[in-house]
Design a binder for this molecule. Sequence first.
Ligand SMILES: Cc1ncc(C[n+]2csc(CCOP(=O)(O)OP(=O)(O)O)c2C)c(N)n1
Ligand SMILES: [Mg+2]
Length: 350
Amino acid sequence: MAGTSGKTSGARSKSAARSKGGAAKSSPAIVEFTKEQELGAYRHMLLIRRFEEKAGQLYGMGLIGGFCHLYIGQEAVVVGMRMASKDGDQMITGYRDHGHMLAMDMDPKGVMAELTGRRGGYSKGKGGSMHMFSKEKQFYGGHGIVGAQVSLGTGLGFANRYRENGAVAMTFFGDGASNQGQVYESFNMAQLWKLPVVYVIENNKYGMGTSVERASATTDLSQRGASFGIPGEQVDGMDVRAVMAASEKALEHCRSGKGPYILEMITYRYRGHSMSDPAKYRSKEEVQKMRTEHDPIEQVRKRLLDNGWASEDDLKAIDKEVREIVAESAEFAQTDPEPDVSELYTDILL
Ligand SMILES: Cc1ncc(C[n+]2csc(CCOP(=O)(O)OP(=O)(O)O)c2C)c(N)n1
Ligand SMILES: [Mg+2]
């Protein structure tokens, strides 16, 4: 799905991004998608959602050990970004990472098998949910330490600049992570050396059980690079078209040698922080309102139906196809053998 592009329409700029601060930016307009783009985005977001629902089920059945952070609700962010990116661009993120792997076309079987700790998993069943990588697909993890991936992503950008390979490092982190010290050390270096890094802040409104308002002295996270002169924008992260429009602009900025760019994606996670979350910090009504009024997949589904680009039956067929892929991955994740005991001493630093 990389390399696709849509036609830009100025008419719908209201719900798209806004920008201010150091380097003045005009509001990017929403990209009106073609039929193929709508269908592609729909299928990819649905794959992530169904995969995550299945992972949640397997966790409930006791088949997944350790941590498991689901991405449900945030699908448009990673899919829109991926649609704007080119092959060769890298992606790195934190622990809420399954959606990012699927967006980078990693094999759902390998991801699910890693969750259940099986041999065929991306880290041979020894890494689990937060620690998967694929050099082939340009996915660099999967990191459990909040904010750690920001300096690593900046390093990817440094390598791109050094090698002059034209690639951009898409570095994702959360609203909570945006208050970590190494984020600002990275910003300084990235702007000083004009590194090709898009910093994607996924503002899902909470860091574990703490809202952005309670944790952050300033809540417009897109402006966190202002003191370094890094431009930034807030984007409707529930609308895949807005995400793609802003991402295209940010990626182009980086690719043309102007240095890093910040995109704050305003999004929402429907599930708990991890699988063990009492959810006392928000009301059921708040979650329900986001689901019914802003769901990223429903928005595309409605446009497909309204434009006559797909019938209910067509959409059911896509759902069936996606469910089959997910079922196959779950089957593999339960039948593939666990790693051999001898693997206890491999792939580790002693
Ligand atoms: C350095 C560090 N501090 C604290 C934690 C515990 N912790 C795990 S996730 C998290 C919240 C991060 O929230 P955010 O960056 O908004 O990401 P989200 O979970 O919302 O995707 C915290 C504090 C950690 N893993 N690493
Ligand atoms: Mg958060």
